[in-house]
Write a protein that binds this ligand. Structure first.
Ligand SMILES: *[C@@H]1O[C@H](CO)[C@@H](O)[C@H](O)[C@H]1NC(C)=O
Ligand SMILES: *[C@@H]1O[C@H](CO)[C@@H](O)[C@H](O)[C@H]1NC(C)=O
Ligand SMILES: *[C@@H]1O[C@H](CO)[C@@H](O)[C@H](O)[C@H]1NC(C)=O
Length: 512
């Protein structure tokens, strides 16, 4: 998506990269008296579900059978579409250089990163181009300084402060620590300041930090609009994640981000069951040791009809929200809802192969000179689109150069509503293919903060997508995946000392 050249790789953060590759956590696990679980189910094969299968295998070893249920395509909201000879991302597209789990996955799976194609950003207010990035860093720098004073530099510092705290999670997880709620996980990373961010709008948080309203409207809003399809009234935490998504060094997976999901499923030796889960119910059985144990029965519908299976542990890795899933939970006390409060925000991704009408952007530049790749938009009445980007294929062919706007190209338009033919005809001089995907892409974020759904729905029944209410991103799902795999392991082996520990940052400081 957008790339503004903000240099925010901190040295401290880079150190974690080194730490990561040293492998497994070093604390010895408690004597494992209890036998291992026999069967675990994961519901959903998006990045969250696939990463969960991977971490479950790591935690429970080779003996357990892991089944992954998926109704649609592996990858979920990571998806591609073919236009002409090439494939293009329609969903989650960029990954931050400090997203260490995603980095670990591609390294582990041996999938290369996609080759980088230089990008150039502009901001459109519905009538005119407000700002156009120059090829020269120094020109951009002085333009920004002129218009926004030190807001730009301060934004980099603010994002870096948040990112530094965010990075702590990798160390905690390396040592096997896990958290029972999103709030506790956030608190462990950033203390009260992260919870405050969750409870404020990004606008409030940034005004509180002394940013100017004009900077927030001109620069920050376009970034939240391209990344989350929403205004600066999203929560401050997802807002900070969104601003980090404007950093330099963003990357994607060669051949499509969804390849990570199929790769993780394969690596975890789990079985993919193409079926729709209709209900999860609890069955209590006596055990050898006398204390009754609960098993979970998953009922599902596949091509050959309805069926069901029993599991020791179940992880739900699909949003429990209207339009995203429809699972009945039965036999639970207190009851578990099929849908939690709040809804998912619709973003329509329209991929158009055609000739852009550069006059639509109110520019008088010749199309052959127009080399902007990402047009972001302010939150104004005139903007029917959230963003407009020239799209590169998921695999960059040799010698590829992004064509200028005078040549037919693939453009991705994000908008809240589907584009009408009239709108398309105004935006493009001509086009020969249109592919529209309506995503319920991420939560509709409306602070103040409502308690997020729990990670633990029942004794051995977990819910991964609760994390999306803090921020929805591939890396957030990967972090939640490792967290629920650790929770599942620690509950099973009764290692309470690894759950919800306070003050880990101070306690682990000596370990670095
Ligand atoms: C969030 O803010 C509201 C007031 O705006 C306050 O009542 C509530 O306690 C806060 N919640 C948290 C978790 O900080
Ligand atoms: C291109 O956009 C301009 C400005 O919106 C519009 O006046 C013009 O009709 C468009 N051109 C075509 C061919 O649609
Ligand atoms: C949007 O436009 C309408 C009418 O054109 C106007 O009444 C309204 O105040 C505008 N809203 C904003 C936020 O500019």
């Amino acid at each position: 998506m957008p790339t503004m050249r903000l240099q925010t790789l901190s040295l401290r953060a880079l150190l974690f990269l080194g730490l990561w590759h040293t492998g497994r956590r070093s604390l010895a696990s408690a004597p494992e008296l209890q036998e291992q679980p026999k069967k675990i189910a994961v519901v959903g094969a998006g990045i969250g579900g696939a990463a969960t299968a991977y971490y479950l295998r790591q935690e429970f070893g080779p003996g357990v059978k892991i089944d992954v249920f998926e109704d649609g395509s592996v990858g979920g909201r990571l998806a591609t579409v073919k236009i002409g000879d090439y494939e293009y991302e329609t969903g989650g597209s960029v990954i931050h250089p400090l997203n260490l789990h995603m980095k670990h996955f591609v390294d582990k799976l041996g999938i290369p990163q996609r080759k980088d194609v230089p990008s150039k950003m502009a901001i459109f207010d519905g009538k005119h181009i407000l700002f156009e990035e120059s090829d020269w860093f120094i020109v951009n720098f002085f333009r920004m300084l002129w218009r926004y004073g030190l807001n730009f530099l301060r934004m980099q510092m603010w994002v870096e402060t948040v990112l530094d705290k965010f990075m702590r999670i990798y160390q905690y997880q390396q040592f096997g620590y896990s958290f029972s709620t999103v709030e506790r996980l956030l608190h462990a990373m950033g203390g009260d300041s992260f919870l405050t961010l969750m409870n404020q709008t990004l606008e409030e948080a940034m005004m509180g930090e002394g940013f100017s309203q004009v900077f927030i409207n001109d620069i920050v809003a376009p970034i939240t609009r391209v990344n989350y399809g929403q205004s600066v009234r999203i929560n401050g935490f997802v807002g900070a994640v969104s601003l980090a998504g404007a950093d330099s060094g963003l990357w994607a997976v060669d051949g499509g981000n969804k390849k990570v999901c199929s790769g993780l499923l394969y690596n975890s030796k789990s079985e993919l069951i193409p079926a729709r889960v209709t209900s999860i119910s609890v069955k209590v059985r006596p055990s050898k040791r006398g204390t009754p144990v609960s098993l979970y029965e998953i009922s599902y519908v596949d091509q050959s009809g309805a069926a069901h299976s029993l599991y020791d542990i179940v992880i739900v890795a699909t949003p429990l929200h209207r339009g995203k899933s429809d699972i009945t939970f039965s036999g639970f006390s207190p009851p578990i809802p099929s849908h939690y409060p709040g809804h998912y925000h619709q973003t329509v991704a329209t991929l158009v192969h055609g000739l852009l009408n550069v006059s639509y952007l109110g520019t008088t530049e010749a199309a052959s000179e127009f080399t902007v790749s990402d047009v972001l938009t302010t939150d104004s009445n005139g903007s029917i689109i959230n963003s407009l980007s020239s799209l590169d294929p998921v695999h960059i062919p040799k010698g590829y150069k992004r064509p200028p706007a005078s040549q037919a190209n693939v453009w991705k338009v994000f908008s809240k509503k589907p584009l009408s033919q009239e709108q398309l005809e105004n935006m493009f001089l001509s086009y020969d293919s249109v592919s529209e995907t309506k995503w319920l892409a991420y939560p509709a974020y409306h602070p103040p903060h409502r308690k997020t759904p729990p990670f633990i729905l029942h004794n051995r029944l977990y819910y991964l997508n609760a994390v999306e209410w803090a921020a929805s991103a591939m890396e957030m799902s990967a972090i939640a995946a490792r967290n629920v795999a650790l929770l599942a392991h620690h509950h099973w082996h009764e290692q309470k000392s690894k759950i919800d520990q306070e003050d880990l940052h101070t306690r682990l400081r000596g370990e670095l």
